[in-house]
Design a protein around this ligand. Structure first.
Ligand SMILES: Nc1nc2c(ncn2[C@@H]2O[C@H](COP(=O)(O)OP(=O)(O)O)[C@@H](O)[C@H]2O)c(=O)[nH]1
Ligand SMILES: [Mg+2]
Length: 184
């Protein structure tokens, strides 16, 4: 992928990254209140390209291809890594990355590599722990605290999310709104 394949305008971009099936498309749809904007799928690894969504005529959500889909083979992994690196280093509009982690799983090796990459490139990011409806409510805070220590991110930058309720959605939207008005 070449630099010219990315947008060359001044529209701020917020990109979603995470392993396949982490819930990227679902979060994107939930935040934009449009349940069919990004295709969610039961088959991991379906989104293999970058999908852009203009929101409120003011910023773009960027649905990046998920990682950790082994069936697609090694070539796919390499293509994926190149595409991600190109986008994350060359998109001049990228302002914020939202990294998704399924609350039921430990961060994978690729998650940790991604986190290191974002730190080293000084790309602002927050973490969203997804599918919180799948675990006991009492376990959520423990998970967030231990994750915060593990990946060295303040607990205030880790947001729980479930498509089954609205409160978590509002908190993430508030963060994005504040972030955008602060920086732009
Ligand atoms: N129970 C539950 N399922 C979810 C949630 N978010 C996503 N899913 C499901 O997880 C699967 C993968 O979601 P998707 O958004 O396509 O993940 P992506 O591959 O990261 O884009 C789909 O079957 C979704 O319906 C959630 O908060 N709760
Ligand atoms: Mg998807």
């Amino acid at each position: 992928m070449h630099k010219s394949n990315f947008y060359d305008d001044d529209v701020v971009e917020i990109a979603f990254v995470g392993r396949s099936n982490a819930g990227k498309s679902s979060l994107l749809n939930n935040l934009s209140h449009n349940s069919s904007l990004a295709k969610t799928s039961k088959t991991p690894g379906r989104t293999r390209m970058i999908n852009y969504f203009l929101i409120n005529n003011s910023f773009r959500f960027v649905d990046l291809p998920g990682y950790g889909f082994h069936q697609a083979g090694k070539v796919m992994e390499e293509n994926w890594a190149n595409l991600m690196e190109d986008y994350l280093t060359m998109s001049k509009n990228l302002s914020l990355v939202i990294l998704l982690l399924d609350i039921r799983h430990e961060p994978s090796k690729l998650d940790l590599i991604m986190i290191d990459f974002l730190f080293s490139r000084q790309i602002p990011f927050i973490v969203v722990a997804t599918k919180t409806d799948k675990v006991a409510k009492s376990k959520i805070n423990n998970y967030l605290t231990s994750l915060s220590k593990k990946i060295k991110i303040p607990v205030g930058n880790i947001f729980p999310h479930s498509i089954m309720e609205t409160k978590s959605r509002e908190k993430i939207l508030n963060y994005i709104e504040n972030f955008l008005t602060k920086d732009n």
